[in-house]
Design a protein around this ligand. Structure first.
Ligand SMILES: [Mg+2]
Length: 380
């Protein structure tokens, strides 16, 4: 079954001011995603999601031109072969680094969709797993830099929805961050897991200042205190921290995860299936992590496609960690792209993958057409 056509479809929606959230990377003003459609000579069509890389038009162009030309005519079910060709011809040498890996990630998901359709099987089964409950936390673009009282109200809402874990956005001043964590811990009691994410916005000094209070509040992880390349800062912080560190949403391919695992500073790995090289590469990363007794806790991108693929993958590996539930107030990519949400929370705060062939979603073509690309930055 040969690949006959590859087409990228960048999509966007504006975030109105009253739904905007401020976090360590800025204030959200729109959301983007790049969908990838792959057609075959046997009439099967697969869809995947590439992360936008903050320039969705550029990622789409890369897919439509270079990646498309490199893999047209290849066997659509040969996910390893396609991955290896794009790596060799585009990524290994002066191939625009992260942008090419983002582009490959969505292409890889579309090929897995086709593999599943050919076998008439759900993705979790093709990955060697079965459907099972995966514990979820309330994440996405939510629980931001608010006053503690407002943050507590938002947190209690997610707990009443059924979540048993939630992630607070940090990376503000240490004083404000500590006040937020302490207020939420006091309000939710001891049985709820509190995770924190600085979105790379801490200095070493700021991170060192918040850690004792975070440990006191039994924070279960501190995510991305620093950008991924600040390996020395991670090593310094890990030595002084009682709070485990998490990272991975900005690490690309098994090669960067190899370094991350080898550095031995981060206890929770968070590959994003739309960023790090797709399903194929995240399975490899999961296997590498498993050898070091680490779990995979995929970072969630924008649409139901990424969410469903992440859930299937968590059911297909033997070291699943948390699923990042997207509790963003406004996200039509989550709610309407497929006419159904990718997951439902059960009474234990767990989620299961959607049932059906592939990742279990049928996309709404009218929705895709009615959400064309909006140029410009998504955080300001
Ligand atoms: Mg994060």
């Amino acid at each position: 079954m040969k690949i006959t056509r590859i087409q990228a479809v960048p999509i966007s929606f504006p975030v109105p001011a009253n739904k905007s959230v401020t976090l360590g990377i800025g204030r959200s003003v729109k959301r983007d995603a790049v969908l990838i459609r792959v057609d075959t000579d046997e009439g099967l069509t697969g869809w995947g999601e590439s992360h936008h890389g903050r320039c969705p038009g550029a990622i789409a162009k890369l897919i439509d031109t270079t990646l498309s030309e490199l893999v047209l005519g290849m066997d659509a079910t040969d996910v390893n072969g396609v991955w290896a060709r794009v790596y060799k011809m585009q990524i290994a040498s002066h191939g625009m680094g992260a942008a090419a890996v983002l582009a490959l990630s969505g292409l890889d998901q579309a090929l897995w969709d086709i593999r599943c359709q050919q076998a008439n099987q759900p993705l979790y089964r093709m990955l060697g797993g079965t459907s099972k409950p995966i514990k979820a936390y309330a994440g996405g673009i939510a629980l931001g830099w608010q006053e503690p009282e407002s943050l507590v109200q938002e947190a209690l809402g997610y707990i009443s929805d059924g979540y048993r874990a939630l992630k607070l956005r940090m990376g503000d001043t240490p004083k404000k961050d500590i006040a937020r964590v302490q207020a939420v811990r006091k309000a939710v009691g001891d049985d709820i897991e509190i995770l924190t994410d600085a979105n790379t916005n801490y200095t070493l000094e700021a991170a060192a200042r918040v850690l004792p209070a975070f440990a006191e509040a039994q924070v279960a992880w501190l995510e991305e205190p620093f950008p991924p390349q600040d390996r020395h800062a991670y090593a310094t912080l890990a030595k002084m921290s009682n709070v485990p560190l998490a990272a991975g949403e900005n690490h690309y391919t098994r090669y960067e995860f190899d370094t991350l695992i080898e550095d031995n500073c981060v206890r929770y790995l968070q590959p994003d299936l739309s960023k790090t090289g797709g399903i194929t590469e995240t399975m490899r990363i999961a296997a590498m992590a498993g050898a070091k007794k680490l779990t995979v806790n995929p970072h969630t991108s924008a649409t139901a496609i990424n969410m469903a693929c992440s859930l299937h993958l968590l059911c297909g590996v033997d070291n699943p960690g948390y699923f990042e539930g997207d509790v963003t107030g406004l996200n039509p990519f989550r709610d309407h792209l497929a006419g159904q949400v990718a997951y439902k929370l059960d009474s234990n705060g767990c989620v299961s993958p959607p049932e059906g062939v592939g990742y279990g979603l049928t996309l709404d073509m009218d929705f895709i057409k009615s959400h064309p690309l909006i140029e410009g930055p998504c955080y300001v």
